[in-house]
Design a binder for this molecule. Structure first.
Ligand code: DAH
Length: 336
């Protein structure tokens, strides 16, 4: 019987293993749980004479260990022969970028606008988005039941009676002019960034909410020339030194005279090579407004302006649909 073990050892040692399949075949052939050659040999121990059993068992155990050792060696050798898998980290690859959020284009534009006015000495003020009729309209010289109130499609929270006493979502940042002047005597020099709301048909160019930055300066001897100077300087800061501005006469209840300011937007695809686009309304504060907040219009004058932030952001970034600002699509926001 011992010769059988020797024979099996010779056979085992003659095996060659050059692939993982070979290794697996070898394992099954010799050590497989049911039909492995060595496994089966262990079962033959019954046929061995009792006095020879210990020697047989020892030999067979030794063979089993040798077989397992060969198997292990073959596995290690094959693992070393696979350089592309053992060194599987490419240290030259660039790292993965962590996802970073970005500042919303409207916030960026509003911050830039406010920063420019801060450089000209303006302080920042804020006011409530839920406003009363008096601050939003009456104090700003909108007469009760006057069609001027229809200029702004108001979203009411509580209806007003005869144009007085209603509660509404502010339709512009101008009511903060009133709040600031109620709180501090002239000179007043503030900018007011904020959200405003209107009940408008939603389209590529209008949305039910948008952003404005209000500008207010009240002092002795303030003139329309000062206003023009400021707005020219502002436009140059924001759009560059070559910017072209145009003041167009207009009407607002709270300013007299009033103007709207357009900037020239060059566009080679346009038949005229570009077009004038409105970015703000402005004017000299109407004496009635100063009177409403107990400022003497004989002594003080002032100017005011209201800038449309969406308009400016659309120009700056070449965005042609205002609704994109409000969809929160990361693919859009990621670009700024
Ligand atoms: N409040 C006006 C609007 O929303 C914009 C405006 C025009 C504001 C002229 C001003 C101004 O301060 O002087 O349509």
């Amino acid at each position: 019987m011992l010769e059988l073990v020797d024979e099996l050892r010779q056979e085992m040692e003659a095996e060659e293993m050059t692939s993982e399949d070979d290794v697996e075949r070898f394992r099954i052939k010799y050590l497989g749980q049911k039909r492995g050659r060595i496994t089966k040999m262990f079962k033959k121990i019954r046929d061995v004479a009792p006095e020879d059993r210990p020697a047989f068992g020892q030999q067979l155990n030794a063979l089993k260990q040798e077989t397992e050792a060969r198997l292990e060696q073959a596995r290690e050798r094959l693992a070393q022969d696979r350089p592309d898998e053992t060194v599987s980290i490419d240290l030259t690859l660039p790292g993965r970028r962590p996802f970073r959020g970005s500042v919303h284009p409207l916030t960026q534009t509003m911050n830039d606008v406010v920063r420019i006015f801060e450089r000209f000495g303006f302080a920042v003020a804020e006011g409530p988005e839920i406003e009363d009729d008096w601050h939003n309209f009456t104090a700003l010289n909108f007469p009760p039941d006057h069609p001027a109130r229809d200029m702004q499609d108001t979203l009411f929270i509580e209806a007003s009676e005869g144009g007085e006493g209603g509660v509404l979502l502010r339709t512009h940042t101008s009511p903060v002019q009133i709040r600031v002047m109620q709180e501090q005597p002239p000179p007043v020099r503030v900018v007011v960034p904020g959200r405003v709301y209107r009940n408008e048909a939603i389209s590529y160019k209008s949305f039910c909410l948008f952003h404005q930055v209000e500008v207010l300066y009240i002092d002795e001897d303030v003139t329309f020339a000062d206003l023009k100077y400021l707005l020219h300087a502002f436009a140059r800061s924001l759009f560059g030194d070559d910017v072209r501005l145009r003041f167009r006469p207009s009407f607002f209840p709270f300013t007299e005279p009033s103007a709207e300011v357009d900037i020239w937007w060059e566009n080679p695809d346009h038949p005229d090579g570009g077009q004038w686009l409105e970015i703000l309304g402005c004017g000299m504060v109407d004496p009635n407004v100063l009177t409403a907040v107990d400022i003497d219009p004989e002594r003080y004058t002032g100017y005011a302006a209201g800038l449309g932030i969406e308009r400016i952001a659309m120009l700056r970034y070449g965005i042609d649909d205002i609704r994109l600002f409000y969809e929160n699509d990361v693919r859009f926001l990621d670009q700024f």
